[in-house]
Design a protein around this ligand. Sequence first.
Ligand SMILES: [Zn+2]
Length: 268
Amino acid sequence: MPELPEVETTVRGLARVLDGRRIERVEARRPDLRRALPVDLGQRLTGSRVTGLARRAKYGLIETDRGDTLVFHLGMSGHWRIDPSETGKHDHFIVETEEGRRLALNDARRFGSLDLVPTEELDEWPPFKALGPEPFDIDARELKRRLSGRKAPIKLLLLDQGVVAGLGNIYVCEALHRAGIHPTRAGGSVSLERLERLVPAIHDVLKEAIAAGGSTLRDFASPDGELGYFPKSFAVYDREGKPCPCGARVRRIVQGGRSTFYCAKCQR
Ligand SMILES: [Zn+2]
C-alpha cells in the first residue's frame, strides 16, 4: 500500500512531466474509482496549465491556472505510469500534455480517488478539514498536546490522521522501534522526553524512504516507467520472528485490525 514516501516520490516524478505544462487532453475511462469522478473533470482540466504540485497527507495535489486542484489518492494499489507504450484495463485516467507526454493512473483495486477542488477551498475540503498537521510540521510539544489524556495505544494514535496526517503502518512501526517506545503504551502516558526521541525518529524514517524513492526517479523517464514504488529495508516491519538489530526476535501483535511489529527488548 502506498504510504507518504511513495506519494511524495510520485508527486516529485509527476512534477517533472507536468509542472508548468499545458494539459492537452484528459480521458476518464470509467465514471468512478472508490467514489464517482467529477463529471466535468475533462472540461475543467483540458487546456489548463499546471501551476504546481504538492502533497497533503497521502494525497497528491496538481494545481491548475483555472483555480482548480486535482487531488488524487492512490488507495491500495494505485500508481502513475509515465509514457506507457500501451494502456491496459487498469489505466483508468489518462492525461496528455502539449508536449505529447502521457500519464496514466493505474489502479487495479480501485480504492483510489480523483477529485477536483477549488484551490482556495482546499483547507475546508471535508477529507482535509479533519486532518492533523503534517509529520514534518509537528514537534514533540505539539504531539504531547495532541496525545494528552488519550488512553489508546500510541501506535493507534499515530495512525489516527486527526492526530498526525499521513503516517501509515510501516513508518509508525519503524519510528516507535527507533524511539524505543512500546506500541501498546497509552498515548497520553508517553513522556515529553520520549516524544523528543519519537518525533525525530518519525522525520528520519520518512526522509530516508523519500530519499530512497528519489534515487529511483532517475529511471522515471524510461518508457513504461512507474512512479512511486521502490525497495526499502526495515528493522522490524514485516519481520516477525527475524532478528532485531539487537539480536532479539521481532514480534507481531494485532492492533486495530492491523499488524504491529516490534522488539520487546528495545521497546518499553
Ligand atoms: Zn531489539
